[in-house]
Design a protein around this ligand. Structure first.
Ligand SMILES: CC(C)(COP(=O)(O)OP(=O)(O)OC[C@H]1O[C@@H](n2cnc3c(N)ncnc32)[C@H](O)[C@@H]1OP(=O)(O)O)[C@@H](O)C(=O)NCCC(=O)NCCS
Length: 186
């Protein structure tokens, strides 16, 4: 099968001496800490955030509802799972009262004092209001509370919006990696 390569940046945030102010979200939004009962909600938020996005080509499981559920189960069962760095964003519509799962992030411990942010996503209708920034900040605070000093993540080079968000929050590019993906046709 043909293979395509996606250029990705590995970014890093130094948590030593970092201080985080509380994030203020627009009305109706709330961030919920991890609990196992929220597994399906995270999977739903992940699917709503990544379907039809660039990273669904890089990680095809992100583009399918069952793939997102499988991924959530796999991450939350890993030994290095960091519950304190795993957050769900919700939005309650003030007119209908309907609750939507609109954002998600997970944390993993890669080494004793190194954490990794996984799959941050905000559903399209809820972007540009600070939800993504608030989720990342909460995740960083959770890593810090778990004794982690350095947090890494990977972002696809062409995902310029996400790259800008991480740079604005204080992440720095430390290396370039290439992710190979098998495709049916190129
Ligand atoms: C990347 C992503 C998570 C950002 O989420 P978001 O909720 O839009 O993020 P924010 O609102 O915090 O910041 C995005 C923009 O809104 C602006 N913004 C931040 N707070 C704001 C606020 N309170 N009001 C209005 N705009 C705001 C920011 O300045 C930023 O602008 P920029 O594009 O010039 O950097 C989202 O676009 C996404 O899910 N993309 C698809 C999945 C994906 O690629 N994830 C990243 C994988 S590495």
């Amino acid at each position: 099968m043909p293979v395509v390569f996606f250029k990705r940046y590995r970014m890093q945030f130094d948590l030593r001496n970092a201080r985080f102010s509380d994030s203020v979200l627009p009305e109706g939004y709330e961030l919920l800490p991890w609990c196992p009962e929220l597994l399906n909600a995270h999977a739903e938020a992940k699917y709503r955030s990544f379907r039809n996005e660039l990273d669904a080509n890089v990680f095809p499981c992100l583009g399918a509802a069952d793939g997102c559920l499988r991924l959530m189960k796999e991450i939350s069962n890993r030994q290095g799972f960091v519950p304190q760095s795993t957050w769900l964003a919700t939005h309650r519509n003030s007119n209908s009262g309907r609750l939507e799962y609109c954002g998600t992030v997970q944390g993993l411990r890669e080494k004793l004092d190194v954490g990794a942010i996984q799959n941050i996503g905000v559903a399209r209708d809820h972007r540009g209001m600070g939800v993504g920034s608030a989720i990342v900040r909460n995740s960083l605070k959770g890593f810090q509370a778990s004794g982690i000093k350095i947090v890494t993540l990977e972002v696809t080079e062409k995902n310029t919006g996400a790259l800008r968000l991480y740079q604005r929050l204080g992440f720095e590019v430390v290396s370039t990696v290439f992710k190979s993906v098998e495709v049916k046709s190129v």
